[in-house]
Design a protein around this ligand. Sequence first.
Ligand code: WTA
Length: 654
Amino acid sequence: MTIDIESKLKETRVFEPSPEFSKKAHIKSMAEYEAIWKRSVENPEEFWGEIASELHWFEQPKKVLVWDEPFAQWFVGGKTNITYNCLDRHLTTARKNKAALIWEGEPGDQRIFTYQQLHREVCKFANGLKSLGVKMGDRVCLYMPMIPELAIAMLGCARIGAPHSIVFGGFSAEALKDRINDAGAKIVVCSDESWRRGKQIPLKANTDEALKGCPTIEKNIVVKRTGGKVPWNDKRDIWWHDLVKDQSSVCEATSVDSTHPLFILYTSGSTGKPKGVQHSTGGYMVGTYYTNKIVFDLKEEDTYWCTADIGWVTGHSYIVYGPLANGATSVMYEGAPNQPHDGRFWEIIEKYKVNIFYTAPTAIRAFMRWGEQHPQKFDLSSLRLLGSVGEPINPEAWIWYHTFIGHERCPIVDTWWQTETGMIMISPMPGATPTKPGSCTRPVPGVAAEIVNEAGEPVPLGSGGRLVITKPWPAMLQTLYKDDQRYRDAYWSQVPHKYYAGDSARTDELGYFWIMGRLDDVLNVSGHRLGTMEIESVIVSHEKVAEAAVVGMKDDLTGEAVCAFVTLKRGIEPSDAIIKELKAHVDKEIGALARPKKLIFTDALPKTRSGKIMRRLLKSIANGEVTSGDTSTLEDHGVLKNLSDLASTEDDAT
Ligand code: WTA
């Protein structure tokens, strides 16, 4: 089956939810959505207060919101523990023997944890942490593959009020070291190795490398995953299985303030080092609980699968905390979508009869490339709802997803949000909102979004501008870890009195939002945010490099790819060997996800008279577009010509 995509105008296609879907949905019509949304933004405290009361509090909140711009405190005076809501709360109900986590390993092994079993494992690990001297407020860094112990470790930390900081397992030793040091973590948890496309990735060896420069780390807990040989330091290292072996399976959930930090998660900013986004306990819990329920129309009988890695915010909110707070069954898969074959995801959906499937546009584009013959080999009839996150989904990918995965039956929720927002902010309500491919449609209840110009004034419908959030929401970041000033500067100074998301967007005649991309120097590679500055400083740190500028270039598969313009030191000639060296250097310092796809050597970078690198110009060169911008301020026109010539020396051998 082929479908004609190009001949249709994307904005004109509208997909209504089916009446059968709407009838059973939590929100059944646009009228119902409009009413809930209106009430929620007119009366946010009442609205969020009611949702909070669906969860368990050791002490009830006294005030829903204390807003001292730009600092929000949610559910003030309330005491709770997110793991009590994710685990204990279900143990007195029929959910106690329900699968909380269904885990599938890349090699095909499988582990299933009921709520009772998960509770037991979390308690044992939490007691293990206590036995190592971890106390409320201590930071614990998790550098782990997608194995159940990662979820258990997060919950174990939260159980005793120790904020976790998860570092994606694809990051390098250098990146891990920086994040451990910024958070001042006391403990790091890793595994011996991880599986990735059948290969073993040496997480413990990377951790050892990082720990050469991490004075705050006292212990390294190591999960045995592959059984590979690992370096060992008797004084510092301890096996996970030895730590938990004799621990009691009872560990009371520590009562923490609603505003107690639950975790730190590092994300790229436009300048300088990664930002330590800090989230609260109560607000984050209420926000993820509610959005997981209404955006995914989550029901008791659903099997729900989000394919993100827990190392990113999507995994935090919608593999672990949101689903478990709802008492859902969450599927977790360790490996790559094409291991050992291109239909692995569809096989998993068939095997576990997955009902709700949440993935990223970059993955969908890869599936399109591999071809629809792969999903066609499997029974996908259990699916009833699809989701997308991480970057704008292009209409072709949307239609493919709708046709070959959703069989034209499943609503698609295109969810816009960020590490900082903690929860989904703009998304269709699947039983209510007519969807348009490429639009994330309308804000979820409780969220007020707007598009403004540089002066902070709302723009007319249809015009592009900056996406801002105009009211505080419960899962919003509290601050950047130990850096209130940077928090103010990054999010609350660009547009007065509004949260600045860093994205550009427009709205259409229905008030639907269309995200256009980032406005700052942040790239979105496969849905992962990378700061151009970070990559530049790594390239410049190479001994042979004099200067570098990094820009994004369009990429069919990953959305954006990294393109680096590099000036080498005098006397050093460009060569394939240097290209290899520079790529390996980026791999080592940040991780393969930041590796430039294209390196362009140039004798000089184009600069304005005031010395600013002309990124717009470099971007158009990288994208093979003719430069239409005004280059009259360009200092040396020779460089431009030179650069355009050189742009053909593309290297795609990644
Ligand atoms: C982009 C991921 C368009 C956006 C949850 C945002 C999207 C950044 C969408 C956050 C979407 C995320 N449509 N763009 N549905 N979802 N983005 O922090 O640029 O890794 O600012 O959080 O991804 O990325 P982050």
